[in-house]
Design a protein around this ligand. Structure first.
Ligand code: PA5
Length: 444
């Protein structure tokens, strides 16, 4: 199971101060369980893992098998909560050089619909030229500009290259049950489709088809992913003393109230980079409102010790650090001996590379603590589907609890609309005439 170590948050916060939040955490858990918290129509994630049925998983796996059988590449079109979870899990479980070592057993998984980069889309469509490719179009609304643009391009190219009948087999929609442009399109074209439950917001949706289908298409074990989440769901229902998710939430809250406004999520495995990106959306979009919220930042270590290490060690003391540590790597590699020893590193020869990494982690942790950066450590045994499932639910539950402590609605994102309104006004979207006039006057 996940091990949480909060002993190095002292002297900023003591263990007693975290324990003192017990009653407030219990209240937060009760509000989530009873659905009395703000945004209570979006609590579908809370018991999602244990409500997943074998029949549902079989349907996801059968659809994945069709895409795996038919396609050499599959493009996952989605943005924000509609792509980050899948991207995070796939990257964490894949070979670091998957592009180069792909033996043809698994389709290449590509992501689109998460930016408006003309070069990105032009290069993607060029890469796909002449290839048998499929598309998983993930959008609750179906009108998100980034995703809709990519889907228009990909649908057209897929139909042109494979013919409309085959395209029907290799385009899958994951969208609202009844509403929205993606639903209308899927029904009209006869695509296989999955539903994003109404009561699960994008950033909590990785254990719905939004995450599970792309992960299964990539060839990873979604049964184990779900099993890990189910085990953590049970553990994270316990009171503070036995509940790592609640302890993480309470610790963050205690640090925040002591002026630690920025949390830096650090990893020592490059494959975890997108887990941090997913985590940033989960926490950032859930708690950054009403002038409140911890700013979620991230670093990949030891890489970023050579760029951000100085700031973390000696910059403004408004930060705390949370390290995700993987206890056992999947491979074994020894530090080599070198006869000339020009770099002076022969004292490490014969040691596991991971032992060096772990000492870098411990040394960094102690240095940061000495520099006034409280440290939380989250350890998982291995980087596999089961432990990622645990980690996903651990963070979701902690986020839900922390938002109750902060007193914000965890499940809305009103601020996301501001850029869209301006963008549509600037682009002259029908219905935005007044906004267009106002924004043009502002830019004169
Ligand atoms: O978490 C969220 O709700 C957002 O990140 C959405 O997932 C994102 O904006 C995409 O929206 P849609 O699925 O409607 O295309």
């Amino acid at each position: 199971m996940i091990k949480l170590d909060i002993t190095k948050i002292a002297p900023v916060v003591s263990a007693a101060e975290v324990k003192a939040l017990e009653a407030r955490v219990a209240e937060a858990q009760k509000a989530l369980e009873e659905g009395t918290c703000p945004g209570n129509d979006f609590l579908g994630w809370l018991h999602l893992p244990t409500s997943i049925t074998p029949e549902f998983l079989a349907d996801v796996k059968a659809t994945a098998a069709v895409l795996r059988g038919e396609c050499e590449a599959v493009v996952v079109a989605g943005i924000g909560g509609s792509y980050l979870g899948a991207k995070a899990v796939i990257e964490a479980l894949s070979n670091s050089f998957q592009w180069l070592v792909n033996d043809g057993k698994n389709p290449t998984i590509l992501f689109a619909g998460n930016n408006i980069g003309e070069d990105y889309l032009a290069e993607l469509t060029t890469y796909l030229r002449g290839k048998r490719f499929g598309v998983i179009n993930i959008s609750k609304s179906g009108t998100t500009t980034e995703t809709a643009l990519a889907f228009r391009l990909l649908k057209k190219q897929c139909e042109e290259q494979l013919g409309k009948e085959t395209a029907k087999k290799v385009i899958v929609a994951i969208t609202d049950a009844k509403r929205g442009a993606a639903r209308t399109c899927a029904d009209k074209e006869g695509y296989k489709s999955f539903i994003i439950p109404d009561n699960v917001g994008g950033r909590f949706s990785v254990l719905t088809p939004v995450g599970l289908l792309p992960i299964a298409v990539a060839g990873f074990d979604i049964d184990q992913l779900v099993k890990g989440a189910q085990d953590m769901e049970k553990m994270a229902a316990a009171p503070l003393a036995e509940n790592p998710a609640a302890q993480y939430a309470a610790t963050r809250y205690a640090l925040y109230t002591k002026g630690k406004k920025i949390e830096i999520l650090a990893n020592y495995q490059p494959k975890l980079h997108f887990i941090a990106e997913w985590w940033k959306q989960l926490f950032g979009e859930s708690e950054g409102k009403d002038g409140k919220g911890i700013y979620p930042a991230s670093v990949d270590l030891t890489t970023d010790l050579h760029s951000m290490g100085q700031w973390i060690q000696e910059g403004e003391r408004t930060i705390f650090e949370t390290v995700i540590s993987v206890e056992t790597p999947e491979h074994k590699l020894l530090f080599p001996n070198d006869d000339e020893n020009l770099d002076g590193l022969n004292f490490l020869a014969g040691k596991r590379v991971d032992e060096v990494n772990k000492m870098a982690e411990l040394g960094t942790q102690l240095a940061h603590v000495d520099g006034g950066v409280p440290n939380i450590r989250i350890a998982i045994d291995r980087l596999d589907a089961y432990h990622l499932g645990q980690l996903i639910y651990f963070f979701e539950k902690a986020c839900g609890i922390h938002c109750q402590l902060l007193g914000v609605n965890a499940f809305n994102q009103p601020g996301v609309e501001a850029y869209k309104k301006n963008m549509f006004a600037l682009l002259g979207k029908p219905g935005y005439e007044k906004e267009t006039e106002a924004i043009k006057a502002r830019l004169k």
